[in-house]
Design a protein around this ligand. Sequence first.
Ligand code: XLS
Ligand code: NI
Ligand code: NI
Length: 434
Amino acid sequence: MSSYFDGIEPVRYEGPDSATELCFRHYDPNATVLGKRLEDHLRFAVAWWHSFAWPGGDPFGGQTFDRPWFGDDMNAAKAKADAAFDLFAILGQPFFCFHDADIAPGAEGFEESARNFDAIVDYIGEKMAAGGPRLLWGTANLFSHRRFMSGAATNPDPDVFAWSAATVKRCMDATHRLGGENYVLWGGREGYETLLNTDLTREAEQAGAFLQKVVDYKYKIGFRGTILIEPKPQEPTKHQYDHDVATVYGFLKRFGLEDEVKVNIEQGHAILAGHSFEHEIALAASLDIFGSIDMNRNDYQSGWDTDQFPDNPREVALAYYEILRAGGFSTGGTNFDAKLRRQSLDPLDLVAAHVGAMDVCARGLKAAAAMLADGVLEDARAARYAGWDTSDAQEMLDDMDLAAIHDLVVDADLRPEPRSGRQEILENLVSRYV
Ligand code: XLS
Ligand code: NI
Ligand code: NI
């Protein structure tokens, strides 16, 4: 059978000095790093939406890509799935991710939409059974259709809340059926365009109730995966409720769901929130809600979610450093929520984008693992806080009130002596590993 990717061979690891254009130079899935295979550390996933459904449009112009599977009927959806599995065979990555709307044509009626979706899920299930990657996560697109223009769970119209809940139920069923390891909720329209027409209290309560129903349903069907919220501060809405990791944690605490739900952190979303990728990961790990990552890179000038493939080993290394420090992925992984630039028309572009990104991630992870194994950063961090390891310091923290601390300072004639934070020395250290 002919394939869109005909003429492109499965990509192999050939090492950093290879002259082959399309090969892995750093990503050797079987190499052992910190006692674990690289493939099991990184847990790469290809995203159905950017790689197979996105037509190459931007706000000033429509489709630039000409894919043979584009169309809105079931035959087109099957051809799209065939092409997806052809790309998976070339890349050999262990996972993929999808939204309902990426894989199957929607319809105006709920039942017809759901029938289309279930049929394609079966088709994908057959392809998975014949070999190929597993499902890292499924999700529902509750943002593209005009019915969601004022939100999904947070919509002022209860009918849209109901439609959204029914859709998530179908998508969780499908994710469970395909053996998915996580289920993601990204609230692209859960936010507002203007406060002038928005009731913040109601919308938060609707979102909390919705999430509780998702968690309840997970237990009802025996889904063992992790429920993940993907933070993003804005775009498409002016203000998105799941703004960043800290905001999501506050929301989870408010509704008592902090032990049930974790976060899927995206590089570009962290940047839009005014944070670094590693900040968001480190904070999630420290709050015990780190789950998974959407790997990409954001343009630092545009102010939009540009979803480019990662190409900066240092940035990636700092992100994986925080992930490894937190113990690595459990159900999570590295999903390439990344798309080609709209002039990159060819099948080769799609393959090369993933190959380069997988190599950059492998480089980053290896550098991060070496930094962690050598312990240089952790030793410096421990030394910086060593004063707190004394029993006196702990007693002050746990047992003394302000008056007692005041007396202690006066009695001991305490004069704190500033010490260097050694930032440049630590940055130089990182440079030696990357
Ligand atoms: C969009 C989001 C989206 C989620 C899945 O900005 O990143 O792609 O990952 O709904
Ligand atoms: Ni994403
Ligand atoms: Ni995004």
